[in-house]
Design a protein around this ligand. Structure first.
Ligand SMILES: O=C(O)CCC(=O)C(=O)O
Ligand SMILES: [Fe+2]
Length: 290
């Protein structure tokens, strides 16, 4: 059941200005000079580094509401403890288990599904805003739709002490996250510049170099120079857009609790994750009504 809402400060039907710091991020009018400058800077950061960050994106009352809702829901989030290779692909029998294509690395994370969040509160209200969608389209230069997935459209990643998300590339081209609660220690979102030109480009040498230089795992092929690995700013209320399909990224081991809202967009209208993917991340499968 949705958690009781602290009604003192946050409106039931929030306007864009209740959610987003429009003075700093005028996303209501991307054609203004300030709006164009914002988009240009984000586009160049995304292309050059793999990630564009917007610190202090949320208004203070919206951030309090988001943190309260995510924190209340976190204890019952479905937890996964799994291993995967960096490409999140099934094993290639032509290559050995120590090859970067196949090396299994451990990820532990829990996720609060979209249908466990209140659609009128800050987390889902921001996801529902056409201005956020417009920002994502303008920065990525792609057509983008919100997902129709009742579980995965907007969810919360929950990390507990000792948990981490190992180095990987995402299935979706871009992912948008909103920092909510910072780990007491660790829990850094680390990412490389885009390393691949397409999903067929597996970039074995550079991918292996990052894993060898920045994790407890040792993979083949060894010896290539490691590309630069950056850490995203994580002050609560920071929005970021990253090129998850081409930029290798991870969440380092966490001490304490770390909460991040994950907003998914797709170039396909009405996209829903498969029942298999839903079961893996949320422990159940739910198809949209209609
Ligand atoms: O928790 C995060 O900051 C993002 C984690 C991630 O890479 C993912 O969920 O695919
Ligand atoms: Fe990811």
């Amino acid at each position: 059941a949705p958690s009781p809402r602290p009604r003192e400060s946050f409106p039931l039907r929030p306007a864009l200005g209740d959610l987003v710091n429009l003075e700093r991020y005028p996303i209501g009018d991307l054609r203004s000079a300030e709006g164009r400058a914002l988009v240009e800077k984000a586009r160049s950061d995304l292309a050059a580094t793999g990630c564009a960050s917007f610190p202090c994106f949320l208004m203070e009352a919206a951030l309090s509401d988001a943190v309260a809702e995510a924190t209340a829901a976190a204890p019952s989030a479905f937890a996964t403890d799994d291993t995967h290779n960096a490409y999140q692909l099934s094993t290639d029998a032509k290559l050995g288990p120590e090859h970067v294509r196949n090396k299994q690395m451990r990820t532990r994370v829990a996720s609060t599904a979209c249908d466990e969040l209140d659609s009128s509160r800050a987390i889902r209200a921001l996801y529902a805003s056409d201005e956020l969608l417009g920002l994502v389209k303008a920065i990525t230069g792609k057509n983008a739709h919100r997902l129709a997935d009742p579980l995965g459209a907007a969810s919360i990643n929950v990390f507990r002490s000792g948990w981490a998300h190992a180095w990987h590339y995402d299935e979706s081209e871009f992912t948008v996250t909103l920092s909510l609660v910072q780990a007491a220690e660790g829990g850094a979102f680390e990412f490389t510049e885009p390393l691949r030109r397409s999903v067929d480009d597996l970039a074995f040498e550079t991918t292996a170099a990052v894993i060898n230089d920045h994790s407890e795992y040792a993979v083949e092929p060894a010896g290539a120079a490691c590309p630069s690995v950056r850490t995203a700013p994580f002050a609560p209320g920071t929005l970021q857009i990253f090129a998850g399909r081409t930029s290798l990224h991870r969440v380092s081991e966490v001490k304490g609790e770390r909460l991040v809202a994950v907003y998914c967009f797709s170039d396909i209208e009405g996209f829903v994750n498969s029942p298999e993917v839903q079961r893996m991340f949320w422990g159940r499968a739910v198809r949209p009504d209609r």
